[in-house]
Design a protein around this ligand. Structure first.
Ligand code: ARG
Ligand code: ZN
Length: 881
């Protein structure tokens, strides 16, 4: 049941106009659809009409007004076929659906008291019979009728063109969206909602009414999202020349939502965790996430809606590009280097793992069983890195010409990744022939680099080898075009660069920075006039999503970390140094020796901490040790991860650094107090992040310092500081201190769902033998609900991903627990069930019994009857080979 990109065929029929009338009731909904259909002149003639439809009760069907008899059409579990139709006709259906019983949160469903929709990718077919594919684009007219008291607000896409109060306590609203769109961008909302309102005047003088709809209790949490929306609208005009195209733009917050948010035309629907914010209830990280996701969904209006995808294999066309756009927006709004470090961390920890695992796929997959499984870090984040590399290769000005051409050429069309690349080539004259392999090849390329200095000739040779490990279905890999941004660090700073045989580039004032174009499996770059042996500064700004291998000495890493011009390289050098120390200590532990942490590392960290001239946010990022998950991933590449020794090694290094620099940590903690009223802006965020990192180390240096965390917990005026203190107490405090803090936090915040979810997540990560029992207990807590994805992610995901030692318990209880939850959600919410499988799919990484037990749990699940396609696909691919 896999489908393949190579089998793509244009639709046999097109839909020009779609008219939908919804009647919403308490135990069902009626959907009347009138579709103006014609044969696609570009398709093969004579094909039957096959509409998609799932879990629909067909009440009537008529063609050009004539009711069809039973033998004139046929139904399967997911299609409706009409045997013979003319070249142009109107099809009318009436169906009954049950939104109240829809637990998959795809299609039309009920979240608490409101009706809402999620149609991407293939949810529309659970609403009515339709050609539910993105290359079928229609103009939508939608009317929504519902009880007026329960559902005073009735929304759909486009403009409100009519409304009527009906005599039976009901009312109706009529919407019209003038822009033809695929069904996945359809949305409907009905609820008892309040809104905050604002307006934005576009560069062309259009006055746009902006509204955010929420439940009454959340009215005070909309300001930041509204501000973010206005900033996004301005930024897209300034940076991409993209103006908004309707008079209204609506955002709705819903509590039950599988993903972050959805870009439905003019009616974006958000997971409430990705839109609601207030200083008291939201962390700095939360504020940044809201800003980024509001921007992401807004930017989709052009990169996704005006120009959409031909088929779902092209998903990265809109997602990779839009993630690149939102990342640049966030970089412009806050700290560019910190944003880059955060994104590189996600790539290296989570995306590289996906690319090395059984679900590895290219950013443009060539087959899938269930498309929902391909809303991945690879399609989104690696896809964004691929667009970023195009930006690097073309440079900003030509890239903008390319995006202008892309939007102009394809406005109103459903297109492919290839169309995007061609537009970039046509506008810039840059040949992206070899570069295209990034779209079709999976796996993380490895760049192995070494340097060779010839003092007599003052010549430096950089030897670069690229390779890419095999991934499922792709044994052999071709060399890629990899932009390798670099510099050479000398004793007194970065050296001028002169590539052999190349005239110095008069264009750029900066002659210490270059982007090398790596194209061969093996290649040597020769630099002339290099007066001293340099330390190469490589992959600056994370210029390509690759693993870099260079055998730096610890001294060289210290040099890069303290003196290189590139912020990303400084951070990366600190990480590499920490990793080499962590691996050394793990070796000592495994060999039965007492851990000894290299003083070179401890001193280098202390110097960083004491240098008040540095950006506190960067210092915090540099002193945050690589996580246990990432260490496990790296260890797996060397033959197999041992969860316990990784944990012990990391704890030992943390503690050594905590004790070594105790005074510096204390100073840092005291120095970085924010005395201004809370604002989620870069300076304050930076100070809080370094201060709260200091608190973590202090608690490790000496148990008495828990008092600092307790004081901070009690007096914090914002969620960033309160939650940071709660984490420290619950990780490092005594059982009594932990329970007291957790209880008091719950009492304080029990009416704030999003805060309670944080509380669940903190508890899922509490160390110790009792962890699994605690998590099981919380399943029964009033604050938990298996139907709500945010709560499942917080508690169950929080345990499986945030408590490695207890998830990987020797008795396999952690795996069994996760398996039970997946089993319970398999049919109820396949998307969430499938996502929860991720940690188990990594079974091959774990040495010994752990890997065996993880695999056994996957096998147990695979033997269950009635697996959803989502869960089936991940299980079968994980167990293959
Ligand atoms: N297009 C949405 C976004 O990136 C995500 C929708 C995901 N939906 C899904 N069923 N996987 O903002
Ligand atoms: Zn998106």
């Amino acid at each position: 049941s896999a489908i393949y990109l190579k089998d793509y065929r244009p639709p046999a029929f097109l839909i020009q106009r779609t008219r939908l009338a919804f009647d919403l009731y308490e135990d069902h909904a009626l959907v009347a659809a009138t579709l103006h259909i014609r044969r696609n002149p570009a398709a093969e003639p004579g094909e039957a009409l096959v509409l998609h439809g799932q879990e629909l009760e067909l009440l009537s069907i008529a063609l050009d007004g004539r009711e069809l008899a039973g033998q004139e059409y046929s139904l399967t579990d997911d299609t409706l076929q009409v045997a013979s139709v003319p070249d142009q006709f109107t099809l009318t259906t009436r169906t009954r659906i049950r939104p109240q019983d829809n637990t998959s949160l795809e299609g039309l469903y009920k979240s608490r008291t409101m009706f809402c929709t999620q149609c991407e990718a293939e949810g529309f077919r659970k609403i009515t019979y339709y050609l539910d594919r993105p290359d079928v684009m229609a103009e939508f007219e939608v009317s929504v009728e519902a009880d007026r008291a329960r559902y005073p607000v009735l929304l759909s896409n486009g403009n409100l063109v009519g409304s009527e109060v009906l005599d039976n306590g009901r009312h109706r609203a009529d919407w019209h969206d003038p822009f033809p769109k695929p069904a996945y961008l359809f949305a409907l909302v009905a609820g008892d909602l309040r809104s905050v309102e604002d307006s934005f005047t576009t560069c062309g003088g259009r006055e746009v009414n902006l509204r955010i709809f929420v439940e009454e209790k959340d009215l005070d949490k909309c300001d930041h999202a509204m501000l973010s929306l206005k900033k996004s609208m301005r930024w897209d005009e300034e940076v991409y020349g993209r103006e908004y195209d309707l008079d209204i733009f609506n955002i709705v917050a819903v509590d039950d939502f599988n993903m972050g948010a959805m870009e439905n035309k003019s009616l974006n629907i958000f997971n409430s965790s990705c839109v609601l914010c207030s200083p008291a209830t939201t962390t700095d990280k939360g504020f940044q996430t809201v800003e980024a996701i509001v921007a992401h969904e807004y930017f989709h209006n052009w990169s996704g809606n005006r120009v959409t995808c031909r088929d779902w294999f092209q998903l990265s066309l809109k997602e990779g590009f839009t993630v690149f756009r939102d990342a640049e927006f966030s970089a412009d709004m806050g700290s560019r280097t910190v944003k880059r470090v955060e994104d590189a961390t996600v790539m290296r920890t989570a995306q590289f793992a996906e690319d090395a695992g059984p679900m590895a796929h290219p950013i443009r997959p060539d087959s899938f069983i269930e498309i929902s499984n391909f809303y991945t870090l690879t399609v989104y984040e690696k896809g964004a890195e691929v667009v970023r590399m195009i930006h690097t290769l073309l440079a900003a000005e030509a890239f903008r010409k390319g995006s202008d051409l892309y939007f102009e050429r394809h406005d109103g069309q459903a297109v492919t990744c290839e169309d995007f690349v061609v537009a970039m080539e046509d506008a810039s004259g840059v040949d992206l022939g070899q570069f295209r392999r990034w779209y079709s090849q999976a796996g993380t390329p490895v760049l192995s680099v070494n340097g060779e200095y010839d003092a007599d000739a003052e010549r430096y040779r950089l030897h670069v080898r690229q390779s890419c490990p095999p991934t499922p279905g792709q044994a052999d890999k071709q060399p890629l075009l990899i932009p390798l941004a670099m510099g050479l660090l000398g004793d007194a700073g970065n050296l001028p660069l002169q590539l052999a045989g190349q005239a110095p580039d008069p264009e750029t004032g900066d002659n210490t920075h270059l982007v090398l174009r790596v194209t061969e499996a093996e290649q040597t770059f020769v630099f002339e006039d290099v007066r001293e042996p340099p330390v190469p500064s490589l992959l600056r700004g994370f210029s390509a999503p690759v693993r870099l291998e260079y055998a730096y000495s610890r001294g060289e890493l210290c040099a890069l970390m303290s003196r290189d011009d590139d912020g990303f390289v400084r951070w990366d050098a600190a990480q590499q140094l920490a990793l080499s120390v962590l691996e050394e200590v793990e070796g000592q532990i495994l060999g039965g020796d007492a851990p000894v942490v290299d003083p070179l590392f401890l001193d280098a960290c202390t110097v960083l901490l004491e240098d008040a001239s540095l950006d506190p946010a960067m210092v915090a990022e540099m002193l945050r040790l690589p996580g246990e998950g990432y260490m496990a991933e790296l260890a797996a590449r060397r033959g197999g991860a041992r969860v316990e020794s990784i944990h012990l090694a990391r704890e030992a290094v943390l503690k050594a650094l905590a004790e070594h620099a105790e005074n510096a940590w204390l100073d840092t903690y005291r120095r970085n107090v924010v005395s201004e009223p809370y604002a989620p802006e870069a300076t304050q965020v930076a100070a809080r992040s370094l201060r709260n990192l200091s608190l973590e180390y202090l608690a490790l240096a000496r148990p008495e310092h828990i008092a600092l965390a307790r004081a901070q917990f009690a007096s914090a005026g914002n969620m960033t500081d309160q939650l940071a203190a709660l984490r420290v107490i619950s990780q490092r405090g005594s059982d009594a201190q932990r329970d007291e803090a957790l209880d008091s936090f719950y009492r304080q915040w029990q009416s704030e769902t999003l805060v309670v979810n944080q509380w669940l997540q903190v508890q899922a990560a509490v160390p110790g033998e009792q962890a699994l029992a605690r998590v099981r207990g919380l399943l029964e807590h009033a604050a938990f609900d298996l139907r709500n994805p945010n709560k499942v992610r917080a508690l169950v995901g929080g345990f499986a991903n945030g408590n490695p030692l207890q998830f990987h318990r020797a008795d396999g209880g952690g795996y069994g627990f996760l398996g039970e939850i997946i089993e319970a959600l398999n049919i109820r919410n396949p998307q969430i069930a499938s996502r929860l499988l991720t940690p188990l799919t990594r079974w091959r990484n774990y040495a010994g019994e752990q890997g065996v037990k993880m695999r056994a749990e996957l096998e147990r699940l695979a033997a269950l009857p009635d697996l959803s396609p989502d869960v089936f696909e991940v299980l079968s691919k994980s167990l293959e080979g």
